[in-house]
Design a binder for this molecule. Structure first.
Ligand code: AMP
Length: 207
């Protein structure tokens, strides 16, 4: 099972991904987590990404593509993975298509957790309060920018996944449990063997 969990900051991607990782025993590939780890480690990638992340801007595509390309080929991804926070630009989406094609694998679905902007502001402010200084990019100053960046650079990706038939949109304002239930239905539908392979032959063909 391979899928993308999309949605603006504060849509609940992290909460849902945590459950799905457990449920399907596949890793969550969060570029945000990977970048934060690099910043904490103080390595070259972290040094390059730190200020951009604190502003709430997107780090350059090539940095993110490098870490994803490496991560996606690790043995624990053999049975699948959940992409969380990637792709975030149309360039990343196209690069992901090429990467997967080269690896001979396909995505099952791209799920968009849809949450209106005003609800997002409430959620992210609550998260920033709860996290204290743990998430420097969650402070009120970067909040507006993160949502603007999402609207300008990430929302256009939905058209890409709509066009290739992979997009499913889920109401992210529902309770977490209800969102989870909807996700499970979608994932089951999208990963079950093709109807043609499992259904009985059509009556008119049974001579
Ligand atoms: P997240 O935890 O997914 O909200 O990511 C936190 C921050 O990391 C973002 O605001 C960006 O600065 C950076 N980041 C994470 N994923 C990406 C990505 N796919 N492309 C560019 N920047 C990213």
């Amino acid at each position: 099972m391979r899928f993308i969990l999309m949605g603006p900051p504060g849509a609940g991607k992290g909460t849902q991904a945590e459950f799905l990782v457990d449920q399907f025993q596949i890793p969550q590939l969060s570029t945000g987590d990977m970048l934060r780890a690099a910043v904490a480690e103080g390595n070259e990638l972290g040094i390059l990404a730190k200020q951009t992340m604190e502003r709430g801007d997107l780090v350059p595509d090539e940095l993110v593509l490098g870490i994803i390309a490496e991560r996606i080929q690790m043995p624990d991804c053999a049975n699948g993975f959940i992409l969380d926070g990637f792709p975030r630009t149309i360039g990343q989406a196209h690069a992901l298509d090429n990467m997967l094609k080269k690896l001979g694998i396909t995505l099952d679905v791209a799920i968009n957790l849809d949450v209106p902007t005003d609800v997002l502001f409430d959620r992210i402010e609550a998260r920033a309060r709860a996290a204290g200084t743990a998430r420097a990019d969650d402070n009120a100053a970067t909040l507006k920018n993160r949502i603007e960046v999402y609207t300008e650079q990430t929302l256009p990706i939905l058209d890409h996944y709509q066009a290739n038939g992979l997009l499913e949109t889920v109401d992210g304002t529902a309770t977490p449990a209800s969102v989870t239930a909807t996700l499970m239905v979608i994932l089951e539908e999208r990963t079950k063997p093709e109807a043609a392979a499992t259904s009985q032959p059509h009556a008119s063909l049974q001579f």
